[in-house]
Design a protein around this ligand. Structure first.
Ligand code: MGD
Ligand code: MGD
Ligand code: MO
Length: 759
């Protein structure tokens, strides 16, 4: 296969490199985000909007799912929250004139960055079969087109309904209700590519697929382990919580192949001292090899077992199952194997053990560094073993803390966005609404791509997100989308998924979090659930980006009425008029939401129940918390190869690119970089500043190549390279997924480097 030229684009990708930083936030963060906000929104709108983020009568920050502190006096400043808001509240517009001027064949050659920078979508747009221009269409006609294609299917299972994690609880509940009344569980979501491994591991071991700590627990912990996460960029407000935890005496261990600036030193922009010197956060940095975490925790578990009095025997006896088998396996853990898998030294691990044994209450936080490997589920189960051994679940200051990505990704799952819903959930839907929901499982993200590729699915509908760019194996995914009869995107901003389409395509523009939502009964609010299971209201205040936008709930209601016609038993019209009526139904279907409307009126919202956290009750198959004993795995690297992780820069939100800098890593003006350890670079004969193609090696004989990356010598762990997503998604094979969770293994791609032809 020939090397494809980089996409034609007026934006030059010409990275420049300086030393990585050793501290995050501080004054540069404020200056940087205000500059971006002013460019997008102007000065007045910036002030009005940023003051409302995460305030009790304001809107939920669309940035990330990190929870709000209970006692806040002023807006908590967060650089990347500010950027996410500016991106949505921008004054730039993508109008019908824009589409008249730019054929799809032209838009197709633009970068994702350029597409996103064009602004907010203003009108429903339709791409007829064979056409090269999107044209404006009425909402009625748009829904007719979806109905035509869905009605023409042989089975509702030939339609796929994707969700990204910004969708509100109300919209998500209606969306799954529509899909299920239509007759399918094909509800893949971004979670399938994100924390699915956490959900799988936690449901099986503790009985609830969510984190077991609240924000207060971080303040009470003696030790916090942050593994496979870069909060300085992706959850900046978490750094304030870590700073407070440290002030209360906690120690922090960071486990990461990269030294991430935010975890080294945090300059809290909320405090005068923080703006200058800041606080050191990490006490012990374990520079682990990619995929070495299961081996690390396994050995720690062996060492705990070998230490007299270190196991919480009472807890193990009363609350757990499977201890003996686990202990037998763990005792066999081997030092040498562990040092190979992790790349750590014996002294590193001994010091970590000492800190663990000195700590009564331990929390482990993690994100994509742990969830996107082939053996992610057993890795997270091993962390559960680690916490169970010393009774660190269901006690203040202790527990599991998977840190979620999108601001409502956890809530969407709670509302039933899941291709494998529980029988209990479906029973509750059936008794509330009186139709029989389908019981067979639907497609997750990877299976949806296969179904589209193979012609088994023909209609693709997305509630937000950017499926084409976020999914693995870009060439395969794009070809799959092009085979569809119809692709539909409910979106706020233009993205690549709008220009890689099925035979026909629709763009349905919607309100963002920052905007006022007025329906027949008056002004509405929506609700979201954060990473720690707190549910609260979100009210936008800005005038909508265009008078032609519909809210996500309104879109689902009108679509459902049009598609289902007389056969629906759901009062869609009432739901559209008044979202409180949706919440009344959620209250009766979803456990933990009893009396929803009253409780969500409470400022700050309410906490969902979590049996392991609240009562040390573990609703698993055994009725106890389950120890598990899987064999230890770690990625094997053939000679002359590197293991590539695909990660986020500081100037992006997933597939939305805010700018071309990665300030903390010292990279500016470009994204096509590959970070390589200088010793590896030397061994492979690639010099800093040279250009290479990245070629992924997978066992299917297909060449996957990403051309033209600037080599950056960087202090990453040996053998472990890093480059940005989504440019590198072309390298992630569709079939390279995590066992059990089926999440693409985008943090462990075996690659080789070739000098670029153009170099
Ligand atoms: N500004 C901003 N905020 C965001 C997002 C964004 O794109 N931009 N995205 C949101 C979303 S959807 C998500 S899921 C989260 C993502 O938040 P993160 O998970 O922090 O995002 P990544 O950039 O993928 O970073 C992965 C981190 O794990 C480390 N890592 C990789 N592999 C391994 C490994 O094998 N072991 C260990 N121990 N570490 C490893 C990497 O070096 C890196 O520090 O952020 C959310 N918040
Ligand atoms: N190689 C690699 N691939 C990855 C990852 C990785 O680390 N490496 N990370 C994975 C992860 S963790 C995730 S979560 C996925 C993300 O996958 P997605 O959630 O599909 O992608 P996003 O980039 O978050 O979606 C951005 C688009 O959402 C739309 N949008 C924004 N706000 C709203 C809104 O309020 N309503 C609606 N309807 N639309 C809105 C805008 O049009 C915008 O273009 O990517 C995954 N892919
Ligand atoms: Mo995510």
């Amino acid at each position: 296969m020939a090397t494809k030229p980089p996409k034609a684009d007026p934006v030059q990708d010409a990275p420049e490199v300086t030393e990585p930083r050793h501290a995050a936030a501080g004054l540069p963060a404020i200056g940087h985000s205000l500059r971006m906000a002013h460019q997008q929104m102007g000065v007045r709108r910036t002030a009005l909007t940023l003051l409302r983020v995460n305030q009790k009568d304001g809107f939920d920050c669309p940035g990330c799912a990190w929870p709000e502190p209970e006692h806040r006096h002023t807006a908590e400043f967060c650089e990347n929250g500010a950027k996410a808001v500016a991106e949505e509240a921008t004054l730039r517009r993508v109008t019908p004139e824009f589409f008249a001027a730019h054929p799809v064949s032209d838009l197709n050659r633009r970068s994702g960055y350029w597409l996103g920078q064009q602004g907010r979508l203003t009108h429903p747009m339709y791409l007829p079969e064979g056409a090269d221009h999107y044209e404006p269409v009425t909402w009625e006609r748009a829904f007719d087109i979806v109905a035509e294609e869905i009605t023409a299917l042989d089975s509702p299972d030939e339609a796929v309904f994707y969700t990204s994690g910004r969708t509100s609880n109300e919209a998500a509940f209606l969306y799954q209700l529509f899909a299920r009344e239509l007759g399918t569980n094909n509800l893949p979501d971004c979670s399938n590519m994100c924390h699915e491994s956490s959900g799988s591991a936690l449901s099986e071991t503790i009985g609830v697929g969510k984190g077991s700590v609240l924000l207060e627990d971080l303040y009470k912990a003696d030790l916090i382990i942050v593994a496979g996460q870069n909060p300085g960029t992706n959850h900046p407000r978490m750094l304030s919580a870590l700073e407070k935890a440290k002030a209360n005496g906690a120690k922090i261990i960071t486990v990461n192949p990269l030294p991430e600036a935010g975890l080294e030193r945090f300059k809290n922009p909320q405090t005068p001292k923080g703006l200058t010197t800041g606080a050191a956060l990490t006490d012990l940095f374990l520079q682990i090899r990619l995929g070495g975490d299961q081996a690390l925790f396994r050995l720690l578990n062996k060492l705990i077992l070998d230490t007299e009095g270190a196991v919480d025997e009472l807890f193990v006896r009363e609350h757990t199952h499977g201890f003996e088998e686990f202990a037998k396996t763990a005792r066999a853990a081997d030092w040498d194997d562990t040092l190979t898998a992790t790349g750590l030294t014996r002294a590193d691990i001994e010091q970590a053990l000492e800190m663990v044994l000195a700590s009564r209450s331990v929390i482990v936080c993690w994100a994509m560094g742990l969830t996107q490997h082939k053996h992610s589920v057993p890795t997270i189960r091993e962390i559960v073993n680690f916490l169970l051994l010393r009774g660190n679940i269901g006690r203040p200051g202790a527990g599991v803390c998977p840190v979620r990505g999108h601001s409502n990704v956890q809530g969407d799952r709670t509302m039933g966005i899941f291709e494998r819903p529980s029988a209990a959930f479906l029973d509750a839907l059936e008794s509330e609404f009186g139709f029989a929901p389908p019981r067979h499982h639907g497609y997750d993200t990877v299976r949806a791509i296969r179904a589209l590729r193979d012609g088994d699915a023909k209609v693709f509908f997305a509630m937000g997100g950017n499926f084409v760019s976020a999914s693995p194996d870009t060439d395969v995914t794009e070809a799959a989308m092009r085979r569809a009869r119809l692709t539909v995107h409910v979106s706020t901003k233009l993205n690549r998924s709008h220009v890689v389409t099925g035979a026909r395509a629709l763009i349905l523009p919607t309100l963002g979090r920052t905007e006022r939502d007025v329906q027949a009964s008056g002004e509405q609010f929506v609700t979201v659930e954060d990473s720690m299971g707190m549910v609260h209201a979100s009210r936008g205040r800005l005038a909508p980006a265009s008078p032609y936008l519909l809210s996500e709930p309104a879109i689902v209601c009108r679509l459902a009425r049009r598609v289902l016609g007389d056969r629906t038993v759901v009062p869609w019209e009432d739901f559209e008029k008044d979202y409180a009526t949706i919440r009344d139904r959620i209250a009766r279907v979803v456990p933990g939401f009893e009396d929803f409307n009253r409780r969500v009126a409470h400022p700050g919202g309410f906490a969902l129940p979590h049996a392991p956290r609240d009562e040390r009750r573990f609703p698993t198959a055994t009725g106890k918390a389950n120890f598990t004993a899987a064999p230890v795995e770690h990625p094997k690297l053939p000679e002359g190869r590197l293991l590539l992780q695909t990660l986020r820069s500081h100037d992006q939100y997933n597939t939305t690119i805010y700018g071309l800098d990665d300030r903390y890593r010292g990279i500016t003006g470009g994204r096509r970089v590959i970070l390589v350890n200088p010793d590896d670079a030397h061994a492979l004969g690639v010099t800093d500043g040279s250009y290479v193609d990245l070629i992924s090696e997978w066992n299917d004989g297909v060449e996957r190549r990403a051309p033209g990356f600037r080599v950056v010598h960087y202090p990453t762990a040996r053998g472990c390279a890093a480059a940005y997503y989504p440019e590198t998604n072309v390298l992630v094979p569709l079939d390279a997924t995590a066992d059990t969770s089926n999440t693409p293994a985008s943090k462990s791609v075996v690659i080789r480097l070739e000098q670029s032809a153009t170099d």
